[in-house]
Design a protein around this ligand. Structure first.
Ligand code: SF4
Length: 384
């Protein structure tokens, strides 16, 4: 993907739909999810459709992403109802990417065929690992064989764009286990693979267990796993295009590319975040409060941040530096390079200038670069 192609996503129109329902809550999960609340599915989907139909009309959407939670946990027909509402409100471009997240234990040929016929054309499986002991440690309900059968079901149903999410660095995972997970993932020839380090979030069961003395993921081990993933995936023909994402050519996730290019995206559902007309907004996180707000004709928004002037330039660097292509020259890049922390990161070869674009050489240090970006102050000459 060239920088020009990546930057073009700043003009895309996208939408995110949050489906918060899960069979059970995994101990490491910090998302806005619920388990055992399937009684709420009907009211929740009605609320999401109401939120869509009462939102400002827009231009045809080029990327739609159903995340969660577990979109595949609910009946496909209700997801089709949401797609219909989106299509009626905004329209879809002729080649729109329509993604959903799915868990392997929910997926078979019948469900895949229905989802494909409703208009979904990309599926991203929460595979996480092919090692059964790691899956148990992560609290996942599927077995490795279900990942393989799910991918086959998706292909048989006509999904030409299949992605796998993997998690590395779970305590108890060995180097061999991780290598085997990568090999079995590659054997399935998904078009896209995401690899995330297991992170410990306070407030989750894992966070409490670690606080009480359970083994925490080891950062050095996770760094080794990441380097190994990059080497193995590159050798298998995948190209890394973002910190944690690799794909075959032309199979990058267009919804995420829009987010990282500072493009605009609507967001619907509890706990969702969007960016439109220079405003970053977020919805009420708790599902009951979200549904009640929409049912009583109140806004489901819980916050709006106007992103303009210098804040918009910092925002451009913050989201764009996740991409391998980095960010185009601009006042933020110039200020970064003139700052003490920026010079230190250049000297340490953590960041680099490639044809005038600021890029990160060492993706594992992205958080450190982000902290420096957030500390940058507007130059005096910057218009306010
Ligand atoms: S299935 Fe995914 S969204 Fe649901 S609890 Fe587990 S990690 Fe969270």
């Amino acid at each position: 993907m060239t920088p020009t192609e990546a930057d073009a996503y700043s003009r895309s129109a996208a939408a995110y739909v949050h489906i918060p329902f899960c069979s059970s809550v995994c101990p490491y999960c910090d998302f806005a999810v619920v388990a055992g609340r399937d009684d709420l599915v009907g009211r929740y989907i009605d609320a999401v459709c109401t939120e869509i139909t009462t939102s400002e009309p827009w231009r045809p959407l080029e990327a739609i992403y159903f995340g969660g939670g577990t979109p595949s946990h609910v009946d496909p027909s209700v997801l089709g109802g949401v797609l219909d509402a989106l299509s009626l409100k905004h329209g879809f471009s002729a080649d729109a990417e329509v993604s959903l997240e799915a868990n392997p234990e929910d997926f078979d040929v019948a469900r895949a065929t229905t989802l494909r016929s409703l208009g979904f054309n990309r599926v991203s499986f929460g595979a996480q690992s092919f090692d059964s002991s790691v899956l148990v440690a992560l609290g996942r309900r599927h077995q490795s064989g279900q990942i393989e059968s799910s991918v086959r079901a998706a292909r048989r149903a006509g999904f030409e764009n299949v992605s796998l999410d993997l998690i590395y660095g779970t305590p108890g995972e060995t180097a061999n286990s991780w290598r085997d997970t990568l090999r079995r993932a590659i054997d399935l020839a998904p078009d896209h693979i995401s690899c995330y380090a297991l992170t410990v979030e306070s407030g989750t069961p894992l966070g409490r267990a670690v606080r009480d003395g359970a083994e925490a993921p080891d950062p050095d081990t996770q760094a080794d796993r990441y380097e190994n993933a990059n080497m193995v995936l590159s050798a298998a023909g995948y190209t890394r295009y973002e910190v944690s994402n690799w794909s075959y050519p032309q199979h990058e996730c267009r919804y995420n590319l829009t987010v990282w290019a500072q493009g605009q995206y609507e967001a619907y559902g509890n706990g969702s975040h969007g960016y439109r007309d220079g405003i970053r907004f977020r919805n009420i996180r708790r599902i009951d409060a979200y549904v009640s707000a929409v049912e009583s004709d109140k806004t489901p928004r819980s916050g709006n941040d106007v992103i303009e002037g210098w804040d918009a330039e910092i925002d451009r660097l913050f989201v764009g530096l996740r991409r391998v292509v980095g960010v185009a020259p601009g006042p933020g890049v110039t200020t970064f390079l003139q700052s003490d922390s920026g010079r230190r990161l250049v000297d340490a070869d953590v960041v680099n200038l490639v044809a005038g674009r600021l890029t990160i050489n060492r993706p594992l240090l992205t958080d450190e670069v982000h902290r420096c970006v957030l500390d940058l102050e507007a130059p005096q000459c910057f218009p306010t």
